[in-house]
Design a protein around this ligand. Structure first.
Ligand SMILES: [Zn+2]
Length: 173
């Protein structure tokens, strides 16, 4: 049920991608892809965008979330991924740390790319300028659609669920 709500949110925001496929037996079927989250630079780092429900996120429930609210959730989820050692720069592949005291070259940003590929990801500030070229080679229908890891967000300060902390979409052209 809650995955249907996530699907409905993505659909309302135009974040689903579809393609028509002709089967060998002549049938024509439509395939659909939901937004992804990329935990690193490789195809195997792609997962379906996570549902807030199993994380015990203390912010708004999914039923009340706008896309902006979901962006905030996703950012907190990526921070948890970094703490778990699961998050790498989508360009250079170096592990990203969740720490308030990062050296300049270690600072990173999370963002949504909304092209043919729709995906949240994180990259060093210095790496972001190279991302557009890399993403041109990634197509949603060629990436795995696996359930993402579940991180426990229940101890998150509720104040951190309310404020957007990053831009909705970066211009990477
Ligand atoms: Zn990097």
């Amino acid at each position: 049920m809650s995955d249907q709500r996530l699907h409905a949110l993505f659909q309302a925001e135009g974040l689903l991608r579809a393609r028509i496929v002709a089967e060998p037996d002549g049938r024509v079927v439509e395939e659909e892809r939901s937004p992804l989250v990329l935990l690193g630079p490789d195809d195997d780092d792609a997962y379906l965008a996570p549902n807030p429900a199993p994380t015990d996120y203390p912010g708004k429930p999914l039923t009340q979330m706008t896309l902006d609210d979901y962006h905030v959730f996703l950012y907190r989820w990526l921070e948890a991924a970094a703490r778990a050692g699961d998050l790498r720069c989508v360009y250079c592949g170096i592990a990203l740390r969740d720490d308030s005291d990062l050296a300049d070259e270690e600072t990173w940003d999370a963002f949504l790319i909304e092209k043919e590929l729709v995906a949240w990801m994180a990259a060093h500030f210095d790496c972001k300028r190279w991302i557009a070229k890399k993403l041109k080679g990634m197509h949603p229908f060629e990436l795995p659609t696996r359930e993402p890891p579940v991180y426990d967000l229940s101890t998150l300060d509720p104040a951190l669920t309310e404020r957007p902390t990053y831009a909705e979409e970066e211009d990477v052209d």
